[in-house]
Design a protein around this ligand. Structure first.
Ligand code: COA
Length: 180
């Protein structure tokens, strides 16, 4: 459990299935998270959750984000595909509860996740792919000190158009310098 000023990051629970079922079928989320566009069945969510909760590869860490003011689950964040030799991993985040968007909670949650990844797991680098048309995510990455490392041109197809994906990255030393 990681406790911040306004949020806590807690491990997954079996009862989170309905949340993931709703969230991962939300088409705005699917587009902005650059996900697979196929509908996700409840059974698939159950299997995904079971696998995530019993994963012993040590390559993926998932957290539910809860708002401290209401104890409500408002989203999730994760470090996935951790490479323990190069010591990097992919960051992911979503604030799905509409009442909790635009309040700086993704920035706070991602900062807490990065701090955990760098200073507890000793990762060297965290990277993300961001939809080129996602200004909220771009702003959050910039506020955290992430660097735009490159643009993956026309990387993601959605609604009859190809969209760029932006690769952001941040190194442990840089994160600790600006988030001390
Ligand atoms: C992207 C996302 C995580 C942002 O969450 P959030 O908690 O609302 O973000 P924050 O409040 O921390 O910060 C967002 C910033 O972007 C700004 N922003 C939001 N929409 C914007 C827009 N259309 N244009 C410009 N800036 C915008 C906000 O004003 C805020 O900046 P400010 O605090 O300086 O005013 C959230 O919208 C989300 O979960 N989207 C769906 C999934 C997703 O996109 N995940 C990211 C994958 S990389």
């Amino acid at each position: 459990m990681i406790i911040g000023e306004n949020i806590r990051l807690r491990p997954l629970k079996k009862s989170d299935k309905d949340l993931f079922f709703a969230w991962r079928n939300d088409l705005d989320f699917v587009e902005m998270a650059l996900s697979m566009r196929l509908p996700k069945h409840e059974l698939l969510e159950e299997t995904w959750l079971d696998n995530a909760m019993t994963d012993i590869s040590n390559r993926h860490v998932y957290f539910i984000i809860e708002a401290l003011d209401s104890d409500t689950p408002i989203g999730f964040t994760a470090l996935t595909n951790i490479d323990w030799i190069s010591r990097n991993g992919a960051g992911g985040i979503a604030i799905m509860h509409p009442d909790y968007r635009g309040k700086g909670l993704s920035t706070e949650s991602f900062r807490a996740l990065f701090d955990y990844g760098f200073n507890k797991l000793n990762l060297h680098k965290i990277w993300t792919h961001v939809h080129g048309g996602n200004p909220a995510s771009i702003k959050m990455h910039e506020r955290l000190g992430c660097t735009l490392e490159g643009t993956l041109k026309q990387h993601y197809y959605w609604d009859n158009a190809y969209h760029d994906a932006l690769q952001y990255g941040i190194l442990k030393d840089h994160f600790n310098q600006i988030n001390a």
